[in-house]
Ligand binder design. Structure first.
Ligand SMILES: Cc1ncc(COP(=O)(O)O)c(C=O)c1O
Length: 410
């Protein structure tokens, strides 16, 4: 009997067996993962985006080793906690107050709780097909669900959660005309989990100012996008000033840590106990060591160069398929993108549904894997490029796409 439910601790991480064998990772370093047979692959799943600095970054690893030697769980304040908060906050402008948590889902959960406490309102609005974690406030209307399609005139809702159509300004107007009890809108700078659907120019600003006009808060969920476009919040780069932001993944480069960020005024809601926060492992020394080290490494990263290298990989992938007479396209950014069948990437979720092709996505994963590249297997999955995907790793990726294209053509 297998004891681990479903054979893996998070259902989304499942990949199919190949040649009767499970894929079991034995080691991960830089841009590579090795399976239990010792075969090396270029990795484009990168801990679902967590290891932006590449697997097992030496500085982050060393900091964690040092922290573990001094005790992993003191239950008292420790100096690394404030140091990690300060190094994170030095990248996030006015959102200079930090609460550490252990996962992005927890950070989103606390953000929703804080928004309710501060506004005295109940409703949380999330994007239809967006993913903001697996806790009940937001685990509704994810990509692939019936509700996410928003196919009737009735706005999908569950308990205190309402859905909003991404990139649709009229729907945002309608939302505030329909409902006056909105505590916050939570949204990603790019709807990454629905296949890297970019926000239209001005859309994020439109929603943010509409929310403010109606007394609702704006929570930017940057668990996935934070520190992926530059050494800071994607929303700041894109010209949006959220009331709160959630970050995770890249801030610890693969160590379980996330954070809620807010302004000093907002943080009074925590100080005067209007918002309850707790958590045995919150801000533990390992997590804080990882954040502090990761923040110093991201400052050395040449973001424009990685984004450009990732964009070149996208072009080479499209070119490889085109030479076999097959149209594919990509959406997103050089450091995180989705591959679609056809020649027009989706600009909203309705278009994403129309062009999504489970057979294509699944086969793409399998053929890339045969060709030495590991990738996400899910329908709206993403390919990530890390700061350690050097020319060689990217060339291997491009060759794998070319080999994959040839397989598709036969
Ligand atoms: C945008 C976004 N928010 C929240 C989460 C939840 O984070 P975690 O898986 O760390 O709970 C994710 C995870 O993929 C995410 O991509």
């Amino acid at each position: 009997m297998q004891h681990l439910v479903g054979g893996i601790s998070s259902a989304g991480r499942t990949v199919p067996d190949l040649n009767g064998r499970r894929f079991l990772v034995s080691k991960a370093q830089g841009p590579y993962v090795w399976d239990d047979q010792g075969r090396r692959y270029v990795d484009t799943a990168l801990g679902f985006g967590a290891t932006f600095l590449g697997h097992t970054d030496p500085e982050v690893a060393q900091a964690i080793h040092q922290a573990i030697d001094k005790g992993s769980m003191p239950a008292y304040a420790h100096a690394l906690e404030e140091e990690a908060a300060a190094s994170l906050a030095s990248h996030t402008r006015n959102l200079a107050k930090v609460v550490f948590l252990n996962s992005g889902s927890e950070a989103v959960h606390l953000a929703c709780r804080a928004a309710r406490a501060v506004t005295g309102r109940r409703k949380i609005v999330k994007m239809a097909a967006g993913y903001d974690g697996w806790f009940d406030d937001v685990a509704f209307g994810n990509a692939g669900s019936h509700e996410a399609a928003m196919s009737s005139n009735e706005r999908p809702s569950k308990d205190d959660t309402l859905l909003l159509r991404f990139n649709d300004r009229e729907d945002a107007d309608l939302l505030f005309a329909e409902c006056t009890d909105i505590a916050a809108i939570i949204l990603e700078p790019m709807m990454a989990n629905a296949g890297c659907i970019l926000a239209e120019a001005g859309y994020l600003q439109y929603v943010a100012s509409l929310a403010r006009k109606h007394g609702a808060l704006v929570i930017m969920d940057e668990v996935l996008m934070g520190f992926r476009l530059h050494a800071g919040l994607a929303s700041h780069l894109l010209g949006v000033e959220p009331d709160m932001a959630t970050v995770g993944k890249a801030i610890g480069n693969g160590v379980a840590v996330a954070a809620l960020l807010c302004s000093p005024e907002f943080a009074t809601a925590f100080d005067d106990n209007r918002v309850n926060r707790a958590g045995t492992y919150n801000g533990n020394p390992l997590a804080c060591a990882a954040v502090k080290a990761a923040m110093s490494v991201v400052d050395t990263v040449d973001y424009p160069a990685i984004l450009q290298a990732g964009n070149q990989l996208r072009e080479r992938a499209v070119g490889a398929f085109a030479s076999e007479g097959i149209s594919i396209c990509t959406s997103g950014y050089g450091t995180v993108f989705t591959v679609w069948r056809g020649n027009k990437e989706p600009t909203n979720y309705r278009e994403a549904i129309a062009i999504s092709d489970p057979g294509f996505t699944s086969r793409l994963h399998v053929e890339l894997r045969r060709n030495g590249v590991m990738s996400m297997h899910s329908l709206y999955g993403r390919h990530y490029v890390s700061a350690r995907h050097d020319e060689h790793a990217l060339a291997l990726c491009a060759e794998a796409f070319a080999g994959t294209a040839r397989q598709f053509a036969t």
